[in-house]
Design a protein around this ligand. Sequence first.
Ligand code: SAM
Length: 340
Amino acid sequence: SRVPEGDAAIRATDNDAALARLSAVRKGYLTDPFITPLVPRAHLEPLRPPLINIGTYVRSEALDELVNGWLALSQQEGVKCQIVSLGAGSDTRFWRIATGPNQDTLARYIEIDFPEITTKKAMAIRKSKDLSSLLGKPEDVHLGNGGTALHSPVYSLLAADLRRPPAESLAPLLTAGPEPPLAPHLPTLLIFECVLVYMTPEASGAILQWFTDYFQNNQPSRDGRGVLGSIVYEMFALGDQFGKVMVNNLKARNVTLPGAEPYPTFESLPTRFLQHGWDVARALTLKDIRRDYIDPSELERISQLEMLDEIEELELVLAHYAITWGVKLPPATGELKARW
Ligand code: SAM
């Protein structure tokens, strides 16, 4: 069959991510009851090689750890929080949180992707009781914007091209639905899981600046409010020999990576946040996370699932993926008083 081109090639990466996740679930690396209703025919697809399954496992565990840590912190502070996932694709995270131990801490969850992807996801949600029953009473769940959007009290799905100027692409956050999806007063976590690489650094910088400005201007500094957090998962160091192989594999599928120009180094990853005046930023490669942060008993468990003889190759692949996270604290109370 023909290889998709242009934006269709970018959108096709969502299917890869979903199939990789389902493969890791079928092999016993991960548990996720929501992937099957969201990606219906995926179980007919072949499983992924062990190396990909392990990579999916490490990425998923690391992101879950950071997201759950954020939710647990909000709970400790006694405030609810909201999460915005940009380029969310077929991600199941909302449903996993909504059935997990931190469900009461989540006030709102918003997902954004291209309209083709959100339309498909909205339909899958409407079709599945397992998915839709977690959004609230049926009368409170509405399709919007010609079926490209879905609104509910706790979950919103919005269509946008994130490469457009944020005043346009992010406008639905403030205007769509029976009430605006984005709450101005809640601590907010932004998730960019494998999406920024598909847009230029200028476009992703503009998105981060939009959120920085929005919460800076809207949130009073009390109760832990006004805190903005973000997690980015991305490929990096694509300039080395192995990186070039990765880039060429994607090129063969018509996927270009404007977000990887110039190739970021590990040291440069936190500047994603620091250049917007954020207070804290840290990065770890999946290689380091697997070695230093995954519980040894878990590593032992997954080593039993399937044979992997090429540990060096695994480490080489994992060394080209990183998770970067950052925090923007509210303006100091004194400064806020001066502005009042
Ligand atoms: N975040 C999901 C995950 O990790 O499973 C999906 C990742 S997938 C590799 C990339 C997603 O970003 C796709 O769903 C794609 O449609 C979306 N995306 C890429 N560029 C985008 C853009 N300019 N606007 C909106 N969505 C975009």
